[in-house]
Design a protein around this ligand. Structure first.
Ligand code: NAP
Length: 302
């Protein structure tokens, strides 16, 4: 029986662990993939305060991990499949865990385009992670789909490797921060295919083309390319919590401002919860608040 279990070791979970460790709670953190989570799909973070010019994501996460381990928080690998809100027990693929309080920091996974060819060519030209796969596309032609901050940052990163990067976006205007849009416009390797969607990914052994539909004319054309990077947002990793905790139709957990969920002693923070703005900085803020709420909950039990 631990004081606190934190599910997920991204920025929100790591910050919750930092605050819990400093409160001397016996804390276990469980992560199914790698410490850092999906933020590691971005090479650098430019808007984390205190790092002019940005910081490598891996570097920031390593620092957070070291800070947490110094406080004797235990980090283990397991995938959680079930949660009993009453008993505060958690079932994973490897073991069953129990604690007085639980913080869900399970994050989010990349949203899929759901077009023919996407699944077939994943790992054979289709990617959701520029940091992982960019070196495979040296001097190749790449398309990248989406219009948010992720597309802007990753298009710039991919342009260091690729011969050209075509941003395909379903609207006429990107929603990325203006400072990023300026950098995109200045980059000679980056071009735009706007008011357009990808309707199919084609190839033989690997990706060879995408079919692009122009939403203004309705016409479809094949566009030859070697890689397709998809950055169209994220979906919360909350399937294992369905029917256990209140969530909206998108699966985002509903909390109050203290990160309290619909079940007593269970808190949620970061990208798995419903809020208005999804950034590393406020994922960390959520984590700190969740740990404080968990600490107060446990203290009241004594
Ligand atoms: P996002 O801001 O939600 O943007 C997703 C983009 O994909 C939008 O432009 C959207 O189009 C488009 N899209 C969604 N579904 C689509 C579909 N089925 N087909 C075609 N296009 C589709 O997502 P994101 O850029 O991946 O970023 C996710 C979150 O992380 C955001 O809150 C972002 O600010 C944050 N982020 C933060 C940092 C940072 O802190 N440094 C870096 C990167 C991202 P519409 O515009 O038409 O909706």
């Amino acid at each position: 029986m631990h004081d606190l279990i934190i599910i997920g070791a991204g920025p929100a979970g790591l910050t919750a662990a930092l605050y819990a460790g400093r409160s001397r709670l016996d804390t276990l953190m469980i992560e199914k993939m790698v410490v850092g989570g999906r933020i590691l799909m971005s090479e650098t973070i430019e808007n984390y305060p205190g790092f002019p010019g940005g910081i490598l994501t891996q570097e920031l996460i390593s620092r957070m991990e070291t800070q947490v381990k110094e406080l004797e928080v235990k980090i283990i690998s397991d995938e959680i499949t079930e949660l009993d809100c009453q008993k505060k027990t958690i079932k994973g693929l490897n073991s069953v865990y129990a604690s007085k309080a639980i913080i869900i920091a399970s994050g989010a996974k990349p949203r899929k385009l759901n077009v023919p060819g996407e699944e077939k060519y994943t790992g054979r030209g289709v990617s959701y992670c520029a940091t992982c796969d960019a070196p495979f596309f040296k001097d190749k032609k790449i398309v990248i789909v989406g219009g948010g901050n992720a597309v802007a940052e990753e298009a710039i990163y991919l342009s260091r490797f690729a011969s050209s990067v075509s941003v395909i976006h379903r609207r006429q205007d990107l929603r990325a921060d203006k400072i990023l849009q300026e950098k995109l416009q200045e980059n000679k390797k980056i071009n735009f295919i706007l008011s357009s969607i990808v309707t199919e990914i084609k190839g033989s052994q690997k990706v060879e083309a995408v079919t692009i539909k122009d939403l203004l004319s309705g016409k479809e054309n094949d566009f030859s390319c070697d890689g397709v990077f998809i950055y169209i947002g994220y979906e919360p990793e909350t399937t294992f919590l369905k029917g256990k905790l209140e969530m909206n139709e998108s699966g985002l957990l509903l909390t109050d401002e203290n990160m309290v969920t619909s079940a007593e002693g269970i808190f949620a923070c970061g990208d798995c919860r419903k809020k208005g703005f999804y950034q590393v900085i406020n994922a960390c803020g959520d984590g700190a608040v969740a740990a404080d709420s968990a600490y107060k909950f446990i203290a009241n039990m004594r």
